[in-house]
Write a protein that binds this ligand. Structure first.
Ligand code: PLP
Length: 396
Protein backbone atom coordinates (compact mmCIF):
# COMPACT_ATOMS: atom_id res chain seq x y z
CA UNK A 1 0.00 0.00 0.00
CA UNK A 2 1.13 3.53 -0.67
CA UNK A 3 -0.62 6.68 0.45
CA UNK A 4 0.67 10.22 0.19
CA UNK A 5 0.60 12.33 3.33
CA UNK A 6 -2.89 13.88 3.12
CA UNK A 7 -2.00 16.74 5.46
CA UNK A 8 0.16 18.45 2.84
CA UNK A 9 -3.17 19.48 1.30
CA UNK A 10 -3.82 21.56 4.42
CA UNK A 11 -0.95 23.97 3.85
CA UNK A 12 -1.14 26.67 1.21
CA UNK A 13 0.24 25.58 -2.13
CA UNK A 14 3.23 27.92 -2.05
CA UNK A 15 5.51 29.29 0.60
CA UNK A 16 4.72 33.00 1.08
CA UNK A 17 8.04 34.21 -0.28
CA UNK A 18 7.69 32.13 -3.43
CA UNK A 19 4.40 33.94 -4.16
CA UNK A 20 6.07 37.29 -3.65
CA UNK A 21 9.02 36.38 -5.87
CA UNK A 22 6.64 35.29 -8.64
CA UNK A 23 4.74 38.59 -8.54
CA UNK A 24 7.91 40.68 -8.45
CA UNK A 25 9.50 38.74 -11.30
CA UNK A 26 6.35 39.16 -13.42
CA UNK A 27 6.39 42.92 -12.75
CA UNK A 28 10.10 43.15 -13.58
CA UNK A 29 9.55 41.29 -16.87
CA UNK A 30 6.79 43.72 -17.85
CA UNK A 31 8.76 46.81 -16.78
CA UNK A 32 12.36 46.23 -17.79
CA UNK A 33 14.70 48.97 -16.65
CA UNK A 34 12.64 50.02 -13.62
CA UNK A 35 14.55 49.88 -10.36
CA UNK A 36 12.74 47.68 -7.87
CA UNK A 37 13.77 48.06 -4.22
CA UNK A 38 13.24 44.97 -2.12
CA UNK A 39 12.39 45.43 1.53
CA UNK A 40 10.45 42.18 1.56
CA UNK A 41 12.34 39.00 2.23
CA UNK A 42 14.39 38.93 5.41
CA UNK A 43 17.76 38.21 3.80
CA UNK A 44 20.91 40.08 4.72
CA UNK A 45 22.83 42.12 2.14
CA UNK A 46 26.18 42.99 3.75
CA UNK A 47 29.17 40.78 2.91
CA UNK A 48 30.56 38.46 5.57
CA UNK A 49 32.80 39.98 8.23
CA UNK A 50 36.58 39.79 7.56
CA UNK A 51 37.06 37.61 10.68
CA UNK A 52 34.56 35.10 9.26
CA UNK A 53 36.17 35.10 5.82
CA UNK A 54 39.61 34.62 7.42
CA UNK A 55 38.36 31.60 9.37
CA UNK A 56 36.73 30.12 6.27
CA UNK A 57 39.99 30.45 4.32
CA UNK A 58 42.08 28.98 7.13
CA UNK A 59 39.68 26.06 7.55
CA UNK A 60 39.65 25.44 3.79
CA UNK A 61 43.47 25.31 3.89
CA UNK A 62 43.31 22.77 6.72
CA UNK A 63 41.08 20.62 4.56
CA UNK A 64 43.72 20.63 1.84
CA UNK A 65 46.41 18.93 3.99
CA UNK A 66 46.43 15.28 4.99
CA UNK A 67 47.35 16.00 8.61
CA UNK A 68 44.59 18.54 9.22
CA UNK A 69 41.83 17.17 6.96
CA UNK A 70 38.49 16.52 8.72
CA UNK A 71 35.68 14.32 7.50
CA UNK A 72 32.34 13.81 9.22
CA UNK A 73 31.76 16.25 12.06
CA UNK A 74 30.84 15.00 15.54
CA UNK A 75 27.07 14.41 15.84
CA UNK A 76 26.32 17.36 18.07
CA UNK A 77 28.84 19.71 16.45
CA UNK A 78 32.52 20.47 17.15
CA UNK A 79 33.25 21.18 20.79
CA UNK A 80 35.23 24.34 19.88
CA UNK A 81 32.00 25.86 18.60
CA UNK A 82 29.70 24.53 21.32
CA UNK A 83 32.06 25.87 23.96
CA UNK A 84 32.28 29.28 22.26
CA UNK A 85 28.47 29.40 22.11
CA UNK A 86 28.14 28.65 25.82
CA UNK A 87 30.89 31.03 26.81
CA UNK A 88 29.39 33.93 24.84
CA UNK A 89 25.66 33.42 24.48
CA UNK A 90 24.73 31.88 27.83
CA UNK A 91 27.31 32.18 30.63
CA UNK A 92 27.45 36.01 30.62
CA UNK A 93 23.66 36.06 30.99
CA UNK A 94 23.68 33.73 33.96
CA UNK A 95 22.17 30.80 32.05
CA UNK A 96 23.38 27.39 33.20
CA UNK A 97 23.48 25.85 29.72
CA UNK A 98 26.43 23.50 29.10
CA UNK A 99 28.13 22.68 25.76
CA UNK A 100 26.67 19.17 25.71
CA UNK A 101 23.16 20.66 25.68
CA UNK A 102 23.86 22.39 22.36
CA UNK A 103 23.19 20.77 18.99
CA UNK A 104 24.87 22.52 16.08
CA UNK A 105 22.95 22.48 12.81
CA UNK A 106 22.90 24.11 9.40
CA UNK A 107 20.41 26.75 10.43
CA UNK A 108 17.37 27.48 12.55
CA UNK A 109 14.75 26.79 9.91
CA UNK A 110 15.37 23.06 9.72
CA UNK A 111 15.50 22.72 13.51
CA UNK A 112 12.32 24.76 13.93
CA UNK A 113 10.63 22.65 11.27
CA UNK A 114 11.92 19.28 12.54
CA UNK A 115 11.55 19.60 16.31
CA UNK A 116 7.86 18.69 16.08
CA UNK A 117 8.91 15.13 15.11
CA UNK A 118 9.55 14.44 18.79
CA UNK A 119 5.83 14.74 19.54
CA UNK A 120 2.81 12.65 18.69
CA UNK A 121 0.25 13.72 16.13
CA UNK A 122 -2.33 14.46 18.81
CA UNK A 123 -0.03 16.94 20.56
CA UNK A 124 -1.71 20.32 20.67
CA UNK A 125 0.19 23.21 19.16
CA UNK A 126 -0.12 26.94 19.78
CA UNK A 127 1.50 29.55 17.58
CA UNK A 128 1.21 33.31 17.37
CA UNK A 129 -0.90 34.95 14.71
CA UNK A 130 0.83 36.49 12.76
CA UNK A 131 3.52 33.80 12.68
CA UNK A 132 6.80 32.87 11.00
CA UNK A 133 5.14 30.29 8.70
CA UNK A 134 7.45 27.34 9.50
CA UNK A 135 6.05 26.74 13.00
CA UNK A 136 2.50 26.35 11.75
CA UNK A 137 3.18 24.66 8.40
CA UNK A 138 5.53 21.98 9.79
CA UNK A 139 2.85 20.96 12.28
CA UNK A 140 0.02 21.12 9.75
CA UNK A 141 2.06 18.86 7.45
CA UNK A 142 2.30 16.38 10.34
CA UNK A 143 -1.48 16.45 10.77
CA UNK A 144 -1.67 18.50 13.94
CA UNK A 145 -4.34 21.01 14.81
CA UNK A 146 -3.13 24.49 15.60
CA UNK A 147 -4.37 27.08 18.06
CA UNK A 148 -3.60 30.58 16.89
CA UNK A 149 -2.81 33.11 19.61
CA UNK A 150 -3.85 36.57 18.52
CA UNK A 151 -1.21 39.27 18.41
CA UNK A 152 -2.89 42.59 17.74
CA UNK A 153 -2.29 46.29 18.28
CA UNK A 154 -4.54 45.99 21.36
CA UNK A 155 -2.21 43.53 23.14
CA UNK A 156 0.95 45.20 21.83
CA UNK A 157 1.49 42.16 19.53
CA UNK A 158 2.23 40.02 22.59
CA UNK A 159 -0.17 37.11 23.06
CA UNK A 160 -1.65 36.34 26.44
CA UNK A 161 -0.26 33.09 27.95
CA UNK A 162 -3.90 32.08 28.57
CA UNK A 163 -4.48 31.97 24.82
CA UNK A 164 -2.36 28.79 24.60
CA UNK A 165 -5.08 26.84 26.43
CA UNK A 166 -4.97 24.89 29.69
CA UNK A 167 -3.66 21.52 28.55
CA UNK A 168 -0.04 20.57 27.95
CA UNK A 169 1.09 21.27 24.43
CA UNK A 170 3.78 22.72 22.24
CA UNK A 171 3.99 26.50 22.28
CA UNK A 172 6.07 28.36 19.71
CA UNK A 173 7.35 31.77 20.72
CA UNK A 174 9.67 34.02 18.73
CA UNK A 175 11.18 37.09 20.36
CA UNK A 176 12.25 39.55 19.08
CA UNK A 177 9.44 38.70 16.73
CA UNK A 178 9.33 38.06 13.02
CA UNK A 179 7.15 39.56 11.54
CA UNK A 180 5.90 42.18 14.05
CA UNK A 181 9.27 43.23 15.50
CA UNK A 182 7.76 43.00 19.01
CA UNK A 183 10.07 42.23 21.93
CA UNK A 184 9.08 40.65 25.25
CA UNK A 185 10.15 41.78 28.71
CA UNK A 186 11.62 39.35 31.20
CA UNK A 187 8.57 39.33 33.52
CA UNK A 188 6.28 38.69 30.53
CA UNK A 189 8.46 35.80 29.33
CA UNK A 190 8.68 34.47 32.88
CA UNK A 191 4.86 34.32 32.89
CA UNK A 192 5.03 32.00 29.85
CA UNK A 193 7.64 29.81 31.55
CA UNK A 194 5.62 29.64 34.77
CA UNK A 195 2.54 28.66 32.84
CA UNK A 196 4.36 25.99 30.83
CA UNK A 197 5.78 24.52 34.03
CA UNK A 198 2.27 24.41 35.47
CA UNK A 199 0.57 22.83 32.45
CA UNK A 200 3.47 20.61 31.35
CA UNK A 201 3.76 22.44 28.02
CA UNK A 202 7.01 22.80 26.13
CA UNK A 203 8.01 26.15 24.67
CA UNK A 204 9.96 26.21 21.43
CA UNK A 205 11.71 29.55 21.74
CA UNK A 206 13.08 31.00 18.52
CA UNK A 207 15.70 33.63 19.34
CA UNK A 208 16.98 34.14 15.79
CA UNK A 209 16.89 37.94 16.25
CA UNK A 210 18.45 38.14 19.71
CA UNK A 211 21.39 40.20 18.38
CA UNK A 212 19.01 43.04 17.51
CA UNK A 213 17.89 43.68 21.08
CA UNK A 214 18.85 47.25 21.94
CA UNK A 215 16.75 47.96 25.03
CA UNK A 216 17.50 46.80 28.55
CA UNK A 217 15.06 44.51 30.34
CA UNK A 218 14.58 42.36 27.24
CA UNK A 219 15.83 38.78 27.73
CA UNK A 220 18.27 37.46 25.11
CA UNK A 221 17.57 33.86 26.03
CA UNK A 222 14.58 32.11 27.57
CA UNK A 223 17.03 30.48 29.99
CA UNK A 224 17.34 33.85 31.72
CA UNK A 225 13.92 32.94 33.15
CA UNK A 226 13.66 30.85 36.29
CA UNK A 227 12.79 27.22 35.58
CA UNK A 228 13.06 27.46 31.78
CA UNK A 229 15.37 24.40 31.65
CA UNK A 230 12.34 22.38 32.64
CA UNK A 231 10.07 23.55 29.83
CA UNK A 232 11.94 25.18 26.96
CA UNK A 233 13.96 24.42 23.85
CA UNK A 234 15.78 27.41 22.35
CA UNK A 235 16.71 27.72 18.70
CA UNK A 236 19.27 30.19 17.38
CA UNK A 237 20.72 31.11 14.03
CA UNK A 238 23.92 32.69 12.69
CA UNK A 239 21.95 34.07 9.74
CA UNK A 240 20.94 37.47 11.01
CA UNK A 241 23.60 38.27 13.60
CA UNK A 242 26.50 37.36 11.30
CA UNK A 243 25.12 37.12 7.76
CA UNK A 244 25.27 33.30 7.44
CA UNK A 245 22.10 32.98 5.35
CA UNK A 246 24.22 31.52 2.54
CA UNK A 247 26.80 29.69 4.69
CA UNK A 248 24.12 28.07 6.93
CA UNK A 249 24.69 27.60 10.65
CA UNK A 250 22.45 27.49 13.69
CA UNK A 251 21.96 25.59 16.92
CA UNK A 252 19.33 24.17 19.20
CA UNK A 253 19.57 24.03 22.97
CA UNK A 254 17.83 21.16 24.73
CA UNK A 255 18.57 21.04 28.46
CA UNK A 256 19.30 17.56 29.78
CA UNK A 257 16.72 18.10 32.51
CA UNK A 258 13.91 18.56 29.98
CA UNK A 259 11.79 15.42 30.27
CA UNK A 260 8.20 14.43 29.72
CA UNK A 261 6.65 11.08 30.66
CA UNK A 262 10.06 9.77 31.76
CA UNK A 263 11.68 10.45 28.37
CA UNK A 264 14.51 12.91 27.82
CA UNK A 265 14.00 15.28 24.91
CA UNK A 266 17.77 15.72 24.77
CA UNK A 267 18.27 11.98 24.26
CA UNK A 268 15.51 11.84 21.64
CA UNK A 269 16.92 14.78 19.67
CA UNK A 270 20.43 13.33 19.92
CA UNK A 271 19.08 10.07 18.48
CA UNK A 272 17.31 11.91 15.71
CA UNK A 273 20.35 14.07 14.96
CA UNK A 274 22.67 11.08 14.66
CA UNK A 275 20.16 9.17 12.54
CA UNK A 276 19.08 11.83 10.08
CA UNK A 277 21.79 14.47 10.05
CA UNK A 278 25.51 14.48 9.35
CA UNK A 279 26.43 17.87 10.70
CA UNK A 280 27.25 21.37 9.54
CA UNK A 281 30.49 21.52 7.52
CA UNK A 282 33.77 21.90 9.41
CA UNK A 283 34.71 25.13 7.64
CA UNK A 284 31.33 26.67 8.48
CA UNK A 285 31.63 25.70 12.14
CA UNK A 286 35.09 27.33 12.20
CA UNK A 287 33.51 30.44 10.63
CA UNK A 288 30.88 30.33 13.39
CA UNK A 289 33.60 30.14 16.03
CA UNK A 290 35.17 33.27 14.49
CA UNK A 291 31.94 35.19 15.11
CA UNK A 292 32.81 34.95 18.82
CA UNK A 293 36.41 36.16 18.45
CA UNK A 294 37.02 39.77 19.57
CA UNK A 295 37.30 40.92 15.93
CA UNK A 296 34.31 38.85 14.86
CA UNK A 297 32.17 40.24 17.66
CA UNK A 298 33.10 43.81 16.81
CA UNK A 299 32.59 43.35 13.07
CA UNK A 300 29.23 41.58 13.32
CA UNK A 301 28.03 44.13 15.89
CA UNK A 302 28.76 46.81 13.32
CA UNK A 303 26.69 44.94 10.72
CA UNK A 304 23.73 44.71 13.08
CA UNK A 305 24.13 48.44 13.83
CA UNK A 306 24.08 49.16 10.09
CA UNK A 307 20.76 47.35 9.68
CA UNK A 308 19.32 48.97 12.78
CA UNK A 309 20.20 52.38 11.34
CA UNK A 310 17.95 51.43 8.43
CA UNK A 311 15.21 50.36 10.86
CA UNK A 312 15.42 53.73 12.59
CA UNK A 313 15.30 55.54 9.27
CA UNK A 314 12.21 53.64 8.13
CA UNK A 315 10.46 54.06 11.48
CA UNK A 316 11.18 57.75 11.88
CA UNK A 317 10.46 58.88 8.33
CA UNK A 318 7.30 56.85 7.89
CA UNK A 319 5.96 57.84 11.32
CA UNK A 320 6.63 61.50 10.47
CA UNK A 321 4.71 61.03 7.23
CA UNK A 322 1.68 59.74 9.16
CA UNK A 323 2.05 55.96 8.83
CA UNK A 324 1.20 53.82 11.85
CA UNK A 325 3.95 51.36 12.65
CA UNK A 326 5.65 49.34 15.34
CA UNK A 327 8.81 47.23 15.73
CA UNK A 328 12.24 48.31 14.49
CA UNK A 329 13.67 48.93 18.00
CA UNK A 330 14.77 45.43 19.02
CA UNK A 331 14.27 43.74 15.66
CA UNK A 332 15.09 44.39 12.01
CA UNK A 333 11.38 44.34 11.14
CA UNK A 334 8.90 47.18 10.91
CA UNK A 335 5.24 46.24 11.11
CA UNK A 336 3.13 48.84 9.42
CA UNK A 337 -0.60 49.38 9.18
CA UNK A 338 -1.59 49.67 5.53
CA UNK A 339 -2.80 53.15 4.65
CA UNK A 340 -6.46 53.78 3.85
CA UNK A 341 -7.59 50.42 5.19
CA UNK A 342 -6.16 48.59 2.17
CA UNK A 343 -5.82 44.83 2.39
CA UNK A 344 -2.23 43.62 2.75
CA UNK A 345 -2.05 42.22 -0.80
CA UNK A 346 -3.77 45.28 -2.35
CA UNK A 347 -1.17 47.46 -0.68
CA UNK A 348 1.60 45.12 -1.88
CA UNK A 349 0.35 45.42 -5.48
CA UNK A 350 -0.09 49.18 -5.28
CA UNK A 351 3.32 49.74 -3.71
CA UNK A 352 4.99 47.64 -6.41
CA UNK A 353 3.06 49.38 -9.17
CA UNK A 354 3.41 52.97 -7.96
CA UNK A 355 6.70 52.98 -6.04
CA UNK A 356 8.49 49.81 -7.21
CA UNK A 357 9.04 48.91 -3.58
CA UNK A 358 8.56 45.35 -2.34
CA UNK A 359 7.46 44.47 1.17
CA UNK A 360 5.69 41.48 2.67
CA UNK A 361 1.91 41.39 3.03
CA UNK A 362 1.03 40.89 6.69
CA UNK A 363 -1.81 38.54 5.83
CA UNK A 364 0.79 36.06 4.55
CA UNK A 365 1.75 35.52 8.20
CA UNK A 366 -1.80 34.84 9.40
CA UNK A 367 -5.31 36.27 9.71
CA UNK A 368 -4.27 38.86 12.31
CA UNK A 369 -1.71 40.18 9.84
CA UNK A 370 -4.44 41.33 7.46
CA UNK A 371 -4.24 45.10 7.01
CA UNK A 372 -0.53 45.08 7.93
CA UNK A 373 2.68 45.09 5.96
CA UNK A 374 6.22 44.05 6.94
CA UNK A 375 9.26 46.06 5.92
CA UNK A 376 12.77 44.82 6.65
CA UNK A 377 15.89 46.75 7.53
CA UNK A 378 18.21 44.41 5.62
CA UNK A 379 18.61 46.60 2.53
CA UNK A 380 21.44 49.02 1.75
CA UNK A 381 21.09 52.41 3.46
CA UNK A 382 20.73 54.40 0.22
CA UNK A 383 18.16 52.00 -1.21
CA UNK A 384 16.23 52.01 2.05
CA UNK A 385 16.16 55.80 2.04
CA UNK A 386 15.03 55.85 -1.58
CA UNK A 387 12.31 53.28 -0.89
CA UNK A 388 10.98 55.27 2.05
CA UNK A 389 10.98 58.51 0.04
CA UNK A 390 9.15 56.80 -2.81
CA UNK A 391 6.56 55.44 -0.35
CA UNK A 392 6.03 58.86 1.17
CA UNK A 393 5.77 60.34 -2.33
CA UNK A 394 2.92 57.99 -3.20
CA UNK A 395 1.11 57.50 0.10
CA UNK A 396 2.34 60.19 2.49
N1 PLP B 1 13.48 31.82 12.67
C1 PLP B 1 13.00 33.00 12.30
C2 PLP B 1 12.03 33.70 13.19
C3 PLP B 1 13.36 33.57 11.08
O1 PLP B 1 12.85 34.73 10.71
C4 PLP B 1 14.27 32.88 10.25
C5 PLP B 1 14.68 33.39 8.95
O2 PLP B 1 14.18 34.32 8.40
C6 PLP B 1 14.74 31.65 10.67
C7 PLP B 1 14.34 31.14 11.88
C8 PLP B 1 15.62 30.85 9.79
O3 PLP B 1 16.96 30.98 10.12
P1 PLP B 1 18.08 30.18 9.35
O4 PLP B 1 18.55 31.03 8.23
O5 PLP B 1 19.13 29.93 10.39
O6 PLP B 1 17.49 28.89 8.85
Amino acid sequence: MLNLNPYYKNVSENYLFSDIARKVNAYADQHPGEKIIRLGIGDVTLPLAPAVIGALRAAADEQSAKESFRGYAPDLGYSFLREAICENDFRPRGCGITPDEIFVSDGAKCDVGNIQELFTRDTSVAVCDPVYPVYADSNIMAGRKITYMKCTAENGFLPDPDSAGDEAGLIYLCFPNNPTGAAITKPALQAWVDRALKTGSIIIYDAAYEAYISESGIPHSIYECEGAEGCAVEIRSFSKNAGFTGLRLGYTVIPKSLERGGSSLHAMWARRHSTKYNGAPYIIQRAGEAVYSPEGRAQTKEQVAYYMRNAKLISEKLTEAGFTLTGGKNAPYIWMKTPGGLSSWDFFDLLLEKAQVVGTPGSGFGACGEGYFRLTAFGGYENTLEAVERMIGVFG
